[in-house]
Design a protein around this ligand. Structure first.
Ligand SMILES: [Zn+2]
Length: 247
């Protein structure tokens, strides 16, 4: 039986002389691995063969060794990302994060949409990379079960954005009054950063990228989003280290 599926390649490993094992993020089945025999020959009309970050339509058949690519049409190659080392390294971090989070159906459909939108904006270079990075980090974490509760103070249930601390380890916010009584530590969080975090986590996907943030708040947002990922996933992201080494 042949299976038709669309997805974006998030990992590629050379296999034999011209074969590749591709790891693909799909809407329906989350992450799947497919074997692309004579991968360089799987070119479409524009001459592109499937590679890291290309969005493809696959026709697969199942063998004892797993899914084999029968046909592949490359729908989109994000040249603006691939041809720039900084955006490529950030996109590789998104791939690594995707593999660690390993989204499953039904959330994989939203995850794929998020991934493609972030890569699209990276490719077009009309939004700040730090903003795209924070959006991908916090939204992908939220889709995969690491959603923080930023609705109101975890203790008194009041919401005063001027006086809030964010507790990364517990994924909660606590007002400064309650934190004095109950909890030590936490990150003081500026109202602009809290607004951005709430927008990234709670807004519908069609409005996800449409908000404004000052440069100062964006730096803080970026730092806190990255801390949130590293704390909860406890992973040494090589691509993130490389991306940061470029600055
Ligand atoms: Zn409180």
């Amino acid at each position: 039986m042949k299976i038709s599926i669309k997805g974006v390649v998030v990992k590629e490993v050379n296999y034999g002389e011209s074969d590749k094992i591709l790891t693909v993020l799909t809407a329906e089945d989350g992450i799947i691995s497919v074997i692309a025999k004579r991968c360089r020959n799987l070119k479409n009309k524009s001459g592109a063969s499937p590679q890291l970050l290309s969005y493809c339509s696959f026709l697969l058949y199942e063998s004892k060794r797993g899914y084999i690519v029968n046909e592949c049409e490359v729908i989109e190659v994000f040249w603006g990302v691939i041809n720039d080392l900084k955006t490529l390294s950030l996109a590789q971090y998104f791939c690594e994060l995707t593999l660690v989070l390993s989204p499953e159906s039904p959330n994989s459909a939203d995850f794929l949409k998020l991934f493609l939108n972030c890569i699209f904006y990276l490719s077009n270079k009309n939004k700040d990379m730090l903003l795209i990075k924070s959006i991908f980090e916090m939204r992908s974490m939220s889709l995969c079960g690491y959603i923080p509760n930023l609705v109101s103070c975890n203790k008194c249930k009041k919401y005063n954005p001027e006086r809030i601390k964010f507790f990364i380890s517990r994924g909660i916010i606590v007002c400064t009054d309650c934190s004095k009584k109950y909890l030590i530590g936490g990150h003081d969080i500026a109202p602009g950063v809290l607004f951005a975090l709430r927008h990234i986590i709670y807004s519908p996907s069609e409005k996800l990228f449409s908000f404004k943030i000052s440069d100062e708040c964006l730096k803080k947002l970026s730092a806190i989003s990255e801390k949130y990922v590293i704390y909860h996933l406890d992973t040494d992201f090589k691509s993130l280290k490389f991306y940061k080494s470029l600055y």
